[in-house]
Ligand binder design. Sequence first.
Ligand code: NI
Length: 181
Amino acid sequence: MAILPILKAPDPRLTKVSRPVEQFDRTLAELAQNMLETMYAANGIGLAAPQVDVQQRMVVMDLHGEDEPPNPQILVNPEVLDASAETVTMSEGCLSVPEAYEEVERPARVTVRYQDLDGVTHTRECTGLEAVCWQHEIDHLDGVLFVDHLTRLTRDRIIQRLVKEKRLARRGRDRTIRPAA
Ligand code: NI
């Protein structure tokens, strides 16, 4: 198992549409385990493969409550079959958009079809946090971040901050590799 680096916005790799998974093999199972480990290490509740620079349609999630045992979920090739007209607004964050939390309005109920690691197809209806999280993760597979659902102004403000932070981090790195006199 390994903790994988998580891509941070803005990054063109986060805007790509991922390919469907076709091989249900050991490599896929290992990727799923590494994604779960990476998600837990980052204190996240969901992670999509493109966030770890793998452009394949797979997401992992764990929405267990504080006093409940872990409940890892692995969804391969998930798709929203049906979404309610009724919406819900929740504060969202993303491991690829550090320290930004904003309210996003989405359908309150969705029916999702996905495959498990053996390629078996499942269909589930979900609501609440689960519905929001599934939609957020499936968005990643289509190159969409939660900030893309916000007003242009709010989105630009968040992205500008991340650009600035990346620039500062790069400078910091340059400084450390320069030999000191
Ligand atoms: Ni995310």
